[in-house]
Design a protein around this ligand. Structure first.
Ligand code: MG
Length: 324
């Protein structure tokens, strides 16, 4: 089993703790600040600043937090230590929530089934009261029904760009190019933001706010070599949905697109496709394999998730059972 160790600053560990807040486990080894479990990776952060990533996906998980200072960092193998540099905090301008902002957020990265959807949306300061009235707020406080209802209205009110990384393409770039989710997301966010900037030109936003998924320096590192990179007045913040309605609106539109895509997948599967990455998705994937064959799975799921092996094991079990 692979492992990667990063040495992190205190505030970086706080950021991780927030980032993994939904996957925190109740295990508390001596000297630890928190432990969390994602798909294929266990994370343990220690008061010493050491953060341990263990499991099949440890490299890609640690990648989210690694800072490479412009140099390509050699892949850290078992027990190696990579210094995760603390990047300058970019403090948001005063009165940020009232500015005209392009917000950007993504959905689907933790879901086994379905694509990654990224939306950048432009909310002008004069539209903020209207969006509030339409019920735009943190999408975590809204159920699917409400999200669909709000999205249907705001999609005609605010300029936005939706980028959908379909499963077929996701699996190709993940397997053949070895691309991490962090890099995929950076490319999608950048493209969506550029699209909106073009759409609204010659108008310009006061700022761009990205719901932070990696250190800003890593974000721009991922974008190296891109023809065009949106950098001007770009800010990052975790929980950005609560900071500006543009991110909340982007999140709602991204979730709406994700829900629609899952509906489409359910249509081609012939049964409801579940969200998330728990045991219920293993069952659904096993059912798909039994009905449509192993090779069809790549059109529905993110193949590198540990769920694939679990689904294949379930298929084996079911086949053995039927042979008896
Ligand atoms: Mg987000």
């Amino acid at each position: 089993m692979g492992q990667v160790v990063l040495i992190c600053e205190k505030d970086e560990i706080e950021e991780m703790k927030n980032y993994y807040r939904k996957q925190v486990t109740d295990k508390n080894p001596p000297g630890s600040i928190f432990t969390a479990k994602t798909t294929g990776c266990s994370i343990t952060a220690y008061r010493s600043g050491k953060v341990l990533f263990q499991g099949a996906n440890c490299e890609s998980e640690a990648e989210k937090w690694r800072v490479s200072d412009g140099k390509k960092q050699k892949p850290a193998g078992a027990g190696t230590t990579a210094k995760a540099k603390n990047t300058a905090k970019n403090t948001l301008p005063a009165g940020f929530n009232k500015l005209s902002v392009i917000g950007s957020d993504e959905v689907g990265t933790g879901d086994y089934f379905g694509p990654i959807t990224v939306v950048a949306a432009y909310v002008k300061s004069e539209n903020i009261p209207l969006l509030k009235e339409l019920g735009v707020k943190d999408s975590k406080e809204l159920n699917d029904e409400k999200i669909i209802a709000i999205a249907k209205v705001i999609k005609d009110v605010i300029p936005f760009s939706l980028m959908t990384l379909k499963n077929e393409k996701y699996n190709v770039v993940q397997q053949q190019a070895g691309m991490t989710q962090g890099k995929m997301k950076a490319l999608l966010h950048n493209q969506a933001i550029l699209n909106v900037l073009r759409k609204i030109s010659p108008d310009k936003p006061d700022a761009v706010l990205i719901d932070q998924f990696v250190q800003p320096s890593t974000y721009f590192q991922h974008l190296k070599g891109q023809k065009e990179i949106a950098r001007e007045d770009v800010y990052f913040s975790t929980k950005a949905e609560g900071i500006h309605l543009a991110v909340a609106a982007a999140s709602i539109l991204a979730r709406y697109a994700f829900i629609q895509y899952i509906d489409k997948l359910s249509g081609s599967a012939g049964f409801p496709i579940p969200k998330g990455a728990g045991a219920h998705v293993d069952e659904a994937a096993a059912k798909l394999i039994l009905q449509k064959g192993r090779q069809s799975l790549g059109q529905f799921v993110k193949l590198h998730f540990a769920n694939t092996d679990k689904a294949l094991a379930l298929v084996q079990k079911k086949r053995r059972y039927h042979r008896k």
